[in-house]
Design a protein around this ligand. Sequence first.
Ligand SMILES: Nc1nc2c(c(=O)[nH]1)N[C@H]1C(S)=C(S)[C@@H](COP(=O)(O)O)O[C@H]1N2
Ligand SMILES: [Mo]
Length: 406
Amino acid sequence: MQRRQFIKNTILGTTAYIVSTDIVFSSTMPKGYIPLGFQEPDPYKLFGKDTEMTVLNDKPWNIEAKAHLLDDKITPNKYMFIRNNGIIPKAIDASKWTLSIDGESVIKSKTFTLQELKTKFKQYTYQLTLECGGNGRSEFNPPAKGNQWTVGAVSCAEWTGVRLKDVLENVGIKSDAVYIGYHAADTHLSGDPKKEPISRGVPMHKALQDETLLAFKMNGEDIPLAHGYPLRLVAGGWPASASGKWINRISVRNIEHDGTKMKAPAYRVPCKPVAPGEKVKDEDMCIIESMPVKSLITYPKSGAMITKGKTLHIRGHAWAGELEVKNMAYSIDFGSTWIPCHLTKPSNRLAWQHFSAEIAFPKIGYYEVWARATDTNNVSQTMLVPGWNPKGYLNNACHRIAVKVK
Ligand SMILES: Nc1nc2c(c(=O)[nH]1)N[C@H]1C(S)=C(S)[C@@H](COP(=O)(O)O)O[C@H]1N2
Ligand SMILES: [Mo]
């Protein structure tokens, strides 16, 4: 926005802000032409993303993966989706970064430097699944507004940091604490410094889990800027909106946190199922907590071709919010029979699991491979898009790929 306005204002001037010198032949430059030096940044280069990633929005940046890009057991940065509600903070000086813990339910507010967090507390590393609550939104009918995520707003990276519970214990929490809320350094799209793009959180029982981290490393390196450098909250298994990026303050609240995008209808679904398209009152919308059971076939790509007589190797990941995936099955006959897949144990709680199978096809022709996960509460993914809801959250329908045997 700012940049576009700037271009409008200065396009016919002679001093280029980006190229930091004069445009020598500006008088012969076609009207309305945008010099290369002024063009929008390339998001792939800017964020270190693979060029097969899909940009859904550039203001703010929202970028998703395709199923086959998520084949790695641990998601590398280049395939990790980006979901932003506001503008990524600029010019971060990690040596000056602080995290304040305040709120009604702390005994006394305290501020830590990043260095203090790293040295005063024990560090832990976990693989944690982060899925945007709106992943799969594009399939809802009637459609829901918002980023039209297909299947790629999910990741499982290795996060290193300190336990939020250790830090809260060090500060001292009152017995009336019910929720924590994060505050971060990104700016509202309007540019208004008094508005926060997002300030969500989790109830105390989630805040105090071993795996809930104040993370400063992702996959063994500093967290990439777009994913929350230099400090982010990671609450695996819950809608990733709970995992605040660029955090500089955590408030321990004696009420359910009431920050931006905590109130209905944001990140909430109808407390009771509703008919597609039905209007739902705010008070009938409930906060999403643990994400539902889901899986993704990451190999092969949809449209795979194999020769008659050969088997097809498939593989992918499965996850179930706070729970574990108990079994994984595939079907090649549109769901009438299901055959078990090999399924690994998670490397730690809240990490996605990996499945694989060798599939034999009876004869030449077109097939679909459908994959279905079942969690430890015996809840399975559905074949059809489940429970329509006004904001298009929690679509955990079975993933499927097309296969041709020739
Ligand atoms: N400060 C801040 N934290 C944030 C957001 C944001 O816009 N600002 N987006 C949230 C949402 S909705 C999601 S899905 C995840 C996305 O994390 P990622 O971009 O690292 O994949 O970050 C969450 N944390
Ligand atoms: Mo999200």
